[in-house]
Design a binder for this molecule. Sequence first.
Ligand code: SAH
Ligand code: SF4
Length: 355
Amino acid sequence: MNKLIEKLKKEHLLTREELIELLKDDSINEELYKAADEVRDKTLGNEVHLRGLIEFTNICKRNCMYCGLRRDNKIIKRYRLTEEEILDFAEKAVSYGYRTLVLQGGEDPYFTVERLVPLIKKIKALGVAITLSIGERSLEEYKAFKEAGADRFLLRIETTDKELYEKLDPGMSHENRKQCLRDLRTAGYEVGSGALVGLPGQTIESLADDLLYFKELDADMLGIGPFIPNEETPLKDCKTGDFHLALKMMALIRLLLPDINIPATTAMETLDKNGRTIALQCGANVVMPNVTEGEYRALYKLYPGKICIGDTPAHCRGCVTGKIRAINRVVSDGYGFRDNGSGPKKRDENGKRVE
Ligand code: SAH
Ligand code: SF4
């Protein structure tokens, strides 16, 4: 076996130079994927956690250069679900068997604490774990959502290359992004982050830095998405991210952080029609099927070629379950917290987990 993969499998840590070497060497890819799959199996077994994704608003005050929801995109038709619609989708998702619901959206100022807290409480009353993915807020707001019943929060760092980040996310501060991730920890969430792979100007060295950052953060969930150029954004003529490089990042994350939750992302399935199945066999243990209904699915267009925009939530649930069973894995009926128990692990004042 490749010496570095062997070391990573045993010690779950490599130096920056070693990570760069693995990222650059494509002759080790199959071995790396196999190692990640074995570590996933040994640490977490064959369960796959399903999270039902509600895309509740495509209105965004930010202007990220890669994203179709950016405020300067005047082509996209905007929508914001009503509280009744969100609750209706949530109830249906629960009836399909989802134990976690993810509320994701643009940074939509309409959803103040006053509006979101009662909504979170009502969804929580359905007996599900709640993940929020709504961007940057203050510590006080994060605390209010947590108290209302939110359990987890997804906020990708996107890239640890500060200069690249601030170029691609105009008006946003990399330091604040990192502060938000610390604040989420302080507020008691299971913290999810992740990166885009293949951004214009992104280097292999900076991807290695992303991996070391995730390890340092001790993130509970990490999602990796290949960058897909959107024709309605300034990056429309840029190159699409490499599927295998994204897969390698995901496999390396599994080896660095053996027990965390790693989604097989929708963006991977957009680039390869078996993308999520492949990802599940290279370290991933989570799938996030869409439970948004109707025309909203197509309107929540971060990037083109989004899968399943014409399908119903019931269809998606059945389809994903079939794909999971076909590779001899099982759909979990638990909440799927990182520690496999009923709630987030306790942490000390420095954010380190205590047993
Ligand atoms: N507004 C929130 C959540 C919605 S965006 C936030 O930004 O955190 C969710 C994710 O979509 C982003 O973190 C980004 O990584 C991803 N995304 C946006 N545009 C993309 C593109 N063109 N290709 C691939 N992923 C993209
Ligand atoms: Fe808004 Fe998130 Fe898209 Fe940035 S990535 S424009 S914050 S929806």
